[in-house]
Design a protein around this ligand. Structure first.
Ligand SMILES: Cc1cc2nc3c(=O)[nH]c(=O)nc-3n(C[C@H](O)[C@H](O)[C@H](O)COP(=O)(O)OP(=O)(O)OC[C@H]3O[C@@H](n4cnc5c(N)ncnc54)[C@H](O)[C@@H]3O)c2cc1C
Length: 331
């Protein structure tokens, strides 16, 4: 496999998404130190020029900016055509994609277009002694880890958000090149996205990207009690999530839902408050690094997946926890 790595950087709200920055660090690790393999970052869309500077400081060798507004609305078919063309041009062996909802869709399309292996949900990546890529990903709703040996000459890998550390900006800057729009070849008739309705979320960080998520379930008894979780999330700089019982009851919009039919999150810390731990919820949060559950029922299934469990009344525990965190943090 070529030691040239191409990292696709996704831009949201005018800045690279953090999961893409994490992918840059993985790219550097598998390509080897500067001078051995090369890491090229590619940014698509009209925001790519301004975001290129942030990317150029994160240990890559080169940044390609394709500032064509046709890429502003994500369309997997169009993106795959452009990225496959660039991958051929730089003779890449591996393409890394942040495992956002767009990224997960892109992986399969891109692998088909570029005739490569595809692995989504990668939570760890290393090189075997013979240089073969070894990917690890959670399977069976996170109950087992699968090790995938990537023995193809080309591979597209989707990386789980928050599973890797984003490199800090370094003193040196890679060169940024304006790249012309690649020949996209014959594309099928495409639907046109005429606009986006922003998802309703809390005031904290984006749920899919947050390092801390505090989620509430039916145990909260009503929408007004979510202020307890907002205080806790605020003290931790986290985002609010919810179980489906909550979104179905209209206590929170559907965009807050975590689980099989909601969002998949993998923060450093997930706090489940008044959530029973049904499998459909658990699949959306099982890959969180540390899981804390607060539930009055000692037999609640959530305790089977929790690293730390507090059996008790959330209405007493959550305010006490928030007060203690604020005291320790001096806020
Ligand atoms: C096809 C399908 C898809 C689904 N997709 C999803 C999904 O994406 N996400 C999702 O979440 N669910 C999903 N569900 C629903 C899922 O099966 C559960 O019904 C749901 O997760 C339950 O939500 P809950 O834990 O908030 O409520 P409950 O199961 O009612 O649990 C409430 C918990 O609160 C605890 N509690 C009550 N009072 C207190 C208190 N004072 N202090 C502390 N604890 C307290 C109780 O002990 C209980 O464990 C799906 C179901 C189906 C069939």
């Amino acid at each position: 496999m070529s030691s040239s790595v191409l990292v696709v950087v996704e831009i949201r709200n005018g800045a690279p998404v953090r999961a893409s920055l994490e992918a840059l660090g993985v790219g550097r690790r598998i390509a080897g130190p500067p001078g051995s393999g090369t890491v090229t970052a590619v940014l698509l869309g009209s925001g790519s020029e301004s975001s290129s500077t942030t990317v150029a400081e994160r240990g890559v060798d080169k940044v390609l900016s394709v500032a064509d507004p046709r890429f502003d609305a994500f369309h997997a078919v169009v993106w795959a055509a452009a990225i496959a063309a660039i991958a051929r041009e730089i003779d890449a062996g591996t393409i890394l994609v942040a495992g956002t909802s767009n990224g997960r869709e892109l992986v399969g399309r891109l692998a088909a277009r570029w005739e490569a292996a595809a692995v989504n949900g990668v939570a760890d990546l290393s090189l075997a002694a013979d240089g073969t890529l070894m990917a690890v990903r959670p399977v069976f709703s996170g109950r087992a880890l699968q090790e995938v040996r990537v023995d193809q000459t080309r591979a597209v890998l989707g990386l789980r958000p928050n599973a890797f550390t984003a490199p800090e900006p370094s003193g040196s800057k890679a060169s940024v090149e304006a790249h012309p729009t690649p020949d996209l070849g014959q594309l099928p008739a495409l639907g046109v996205v005429s606009g986006f309705e922003p998802a309703q979320t809390g005031s904290g960080p984006d749920l899919s990207e947050a390092l801390v998520v505090v989620s509430g379930g039916r145990g909260l008894r009503g929408p007004e009690n979510f202020r307890l979780l907002e205080d806790l999330a605020g003290a931790l700089g986290g985002a609010i999530g919810a179980s489906r019982a909550v979104t179905d009851s209209g206590w929170k919009p559907a965009s807050f839902q975590v689980g099989q039919t909601g969002r998949t999150v993998s923060p450093q810390l997930y706090i489940a408050v008044g959530i029973s731990g049904a499998i459909q919820h658990v699949v959306g949060m099982i890959s969180s690094r540390t899981i804390v559950a607060i539930n009055s029922d000692p037999n609640a299934p959530i305790f089977k997946v929790a690293d730390y469990g507090v059996v008790g009344d959330l209405f007493q525990i959550v305010p006490a926890l928030t007060a203690e965190i604020r005291r320790v943090r001096g806020s």
